[in-house]
Ligand binder design. Structure first.
Ligand code: DX5
Ligand code: ZN
Length: 226
């Protein structure tokens, strides 16, 4: 089953609901779906790996009732093994772990794939892209953070392009097909920069949910990214 659908001839755009009005999440999800989002990006924070809290499995379960969009779940948690099962049961499409988190990540990723989900690894801005190499055969997605994780609305870090290009090179050499997703400070301008460096999936929180017209914002990011 295709867990993270690939739009024809285009980049994937994944609005991050972290920037949505949390009292009106249902409306935000509906607007993103109608506005042409390919996936929804769900940021999960535990207050330890990052100094913030966000959503839980119940949110994912509720979103599943409201939309058929794939849920690209980004686990910014210290111990991802504690959360993989609840988010799988809740209906996540994909679980992305941080390479800087604790536990046996290979074993956990294998288990996630066995459950029928896609799995990814994310690297923080100061993590060397080569650290993904031991996991390459398990990956469906690499997520390059272009801000320090924890909060929406930050600016795209300049060294992001170099990291994306290095990850693209590693993927190319592996001969495997996987997404190269970018997350943090993505808007029309930075999506174009990230796309040139090799990204093909684009998370955007602030640039989508704080835009006056969500559909227009998604379309503009898609055009810049394609
Ligand atoms: C930050 C999160 C991002 C965040 C991106 O730690 O991982 O997904 O929502 O928000 P923007 O697009 O506003 O930088
Ligand atoms: Zn994220």
């Amino acid at each position: 089953m295709l867990k993270l659908p690939r739009p024809k001839g285009s980049a994937a755009i994944a609005p991050s609901i972290l920037s949505a009005d949390q009292l009106n999440l249902g409306l935000a999800v509906q607007k993103a779906a109608q506005g042409g989002a390919d996936w929804l990006h769900i940021d999960i924070m535990d207050g330890h790996f990052v100094p913030n809290l966000s959503f839980g499995p119940a949110t994912v379960a509720c979103i599943n009732k409201a939309t058929t969009l794939a849920q690209d779940v980004h686990l910014m948690v210290e111990r991802p093994e504690d959360f993989a099962e609840p988010f799988t049961k809740a209906g996540a499409s994909s679980l992305t772990l941080h390479i800087e988190s604790k536990g046996d990540l290979k074993k956990l990723m294998a288990r996630i794939k066995q459950s029928g989900l896609s799995t990814g690894l994310s690297i923080k801005p100061d993590t060397a892209p080569a650290e993904i190499l031991p996991y390459i055969d398990l990956l469906d997605l690499v997520l390059v953070m272009t801000v320090y994780p924890g909060f929406g609305g930050q600016g795209f870090l300049q060294n992001g392009s170099a990291q994306i290009a290095q990850v693209r090179d590693i993927i190319k050499k592996s001969g495997r097909r996987m997404w190269l997703e970018v997350d943090g400070g993505i808007n029309e301008e930075t999506a174009a920069v990230a796309a040139r460096a090799g990204a093909d999936a684009f998370v955007a929180g602030n640039a989508v949910f704080n835009a006056p017209d969500i559909a227009r914002a998604i379309a503009r990011i898609r055009r810049a990214a394609s």
